[in-house]
Design a protein around this ligand. Structure first.
Ligand SMILES: Cc1cc2nc3c(=O)[nH]c(=O)nc-3n(C[C@H](O)[C@H](O)[C@H](O)COP(=O)(O)OP(=O)(O)OC[C@H]3O[C@@H](n4cnc5c(N)ncnc54)[C@H](O)[C@@H]3O)c2cc1C
Length: 482
């Protein structure tokens, strides 16, 4: 049993624990990376390959969060639908952004060879199925992806989809023959091994508690050491915290839970013959066959951390809803991780101020996008590649704090059936933020002209203080950023 095995995972963790090295001495490096997830490790690997001295500081252990718990599906694109991307930055920049996302996937493929990462179990092809009957929309989507975005895709009619996935819940499909899947956990560990082999030093149990990014040589403080570096890359996702709290607050944390079933024997082949990854167009289910006759399935989401075991029953029920003919399924293992979603749906990639970089907000599609971010940042630092600026239109927008999480969860429960709803929430937040800024500016101006102070809002006694909206932080090469 190679992929996703609870006992293997425990063994891996035990070995990893013994081998963890905490930073306990001061260090001077070219690049200090905060966070050893997919993003931080890819920056480290690429920068070390290009000759920089790199230290990765990880508060817990490599792949502790989402990166060590993903399903290993590698697709082109972003969480933000392509049409929304075009509306936001125009057709030409969307083409370039899309092409970068494909390069991210190619980067993963180049590392995920049996020679570099033994047991990586790469297999080809992913299918995106539609939950509603939208044949017309499918044709235009295929044309756009194929002709405008040079992405190999096939349109599958309902019959073909249902021949391979025997359920009446799915209609048409878009098949990506160049998408692929691999053993996600092995990839993450392999990435760490490759980064070390290239010369990067990875320190675990080493949380970064503060940074001073001013000056040419920046300072990084951990509980038992101090570092100096010319560049700091913040790749801590939602857990970054103290080093730049405002950055953490630009992400809406979403915990996603996944499970693997016990062996299902021949009944699995009776309901599913497709061997690649399946995602549905509403962004609810994501699954594939592993180890011949098990299903690996991700579905439930919360905006707070919960014990993954709580979701075993929900995932089993979800599998049965989609494939009633399977009957009862036994869940062998459940796990989860938190992804960071941005308000606009695009990752945060760029330079906040000279030498201070951010790579986060990869959402549910982190394998190709974090690989792309790692390459862009390392190559910008070492070669002056400026393509990360394509992400500049996507500001660091405050994600709503606890209020935003509640709103996010309400949308998740009632409207997750529609990715458009999530997009609507994000756009609503963005519009609300702009409206609030304009309103506040007008109020300040009116008070300035009248020579009065703004009226103080009164809350009823005992009521919680309302959260004040914060202005967006621009990703700006020279600016002061976060
Ligand atoms: C169940 C599930 C399935 C998924 N499946 C897929 C999939 O099939 N395909 C896909 O493309 N994506 C998938 N994703 C999404 C993908 O896992 C994420 O987008 C990606 O892992 C994010 O990587 P990251 O490096 O930004 O964040 P993380 O994995 O969160 O890594 C950040 C690291 O930084 C560390 N850190 C934070 N703050 C500090 C600090 N102050 N000091 C030191 N260290 C710090 C944390 O401990 C953590 O280890 C899935 C996610 C989940 C949860």
């Amino acid at each position: 049993m190679s992929e996703i095995s609870a006992s293997a995972a425990t063994r891996d963790d035990a070995t990893a624990l013994r081998e963890r090295s905490r930073l306990s001495f001061d260090l001077d490096v070219d690049i200090c990376v905060v966070g050893a997830g997919l993003a931080g490790l890819t920056v480290a690997l690429e920068a070390a390959r290009l000759g920089a001295s790199v230290a990765v500081l990880e508060g817990r252990h490599v792949g502790w969060n989402a990166s060590g718990h993903q399903l290993g599906t590698v697709m082109p694109g972003y969480s933000l639908p392509i049409a929304d991307l075009i509306a936001r930055v125009g057709f030409e920049d969307t083409r370039e952004l899309w092409s970068l996302s494909k390069q991210g996937a190619d980067y993963v493929r180049a590392n995920a060879t049996e020679e570099l990462i033994p047991g990586i179990a790469l297999s080809e092809g992913a299918l995106e199925v539609s939950n509603i009957d939208v044949g017309e929309a499918l044709i235009s989507r295929l044309q756009m992806l194929g002709e405008d975005f040079e992405t190999e895709v096939e349109g599958w009619q309902v019959d073909r989809v249902r021949d391979q996935l025997r359920t009446d819940r799915y209609f048409h499909g878009v098949y990506y023959p160049k998408a692929f899947q691999l053993d996600g956990r092995k990839y993450l560990q392999g990435l760490a091994a490759l980064a070390k082999r290239a010369g990067a030093r990875i320190f675990e149990d080493t949380p970064v508690v503060s940074i001073d990014p001013s000056g040419i040589r920046k300072r990084i403080v951990t509980p038992s050491a101090r570092l100096r570096a010319s560049h700091i890359v913040l790749a801590g996702n939602i857990h970054l915290g103290a080093p730049l709290q405002r950055l953490s607050e630009t992400l809406l944390p979403v915990w996603r839970y996944a499970a693997v079933t016990a062996p299902l024997g021949e009944r699995l082949a009776e309901v599913m013959t497709f061997q690649g990854s399946v995602t549905d167009s509403d962004g609810i289910d994501h699954f594939r066959i592993v180890e011949g006759d098990r299903l690996m399935w991700a579905s439930p989401e919360t905006t707070w951390a919960a014990r993954p075991a709580r979701f075993a029953g929900a995932i089993a029920r979800r599998i049965r809803t989609v494939f009633p003919r399977l009957g009862k399924v036994e869940i062998a293992d459940v796990w989860g991780g938190a992804v960071g979603q941005t308000v606009h749906g695009m990752p945060q990639i760029g330079q906040l101020r000279r030498g201070l970089w951010v790579a986060s907000g990869f959402g549910r599609q982190g394998l190709n996008t974090s690989a792309m971010a790692g390459q862009l940042i390392a190559r910008s630092i070492l070669w002056g590649d400026e393509r990360w600026r394509l992400f500049s239109p996507f500001e660091l927008v405050w994600a709503g704090g606890p209020t935003g999480r509640v709103a996010g969860q309400v949308v998740g429960v009632w409207g997750r059936a529609s990715s458009a709803t999530a997009g609507a929430l994000a756009r609503y937040r963005e519009r609300a933020r702009v409206r609030e800024r304009v309103r506040e500016a007008r109020l300040v101006e009116a008070n300035r002209q009248a020579g009065t102070r703004p009226p103080q809002r009164r809350s009823p006694p005992g009521a919680p203080r309302p959260e004040r909206p914060r202005p967006p932080v621009a990703v700006n090469p020279e600016g002061e950023g976060g």
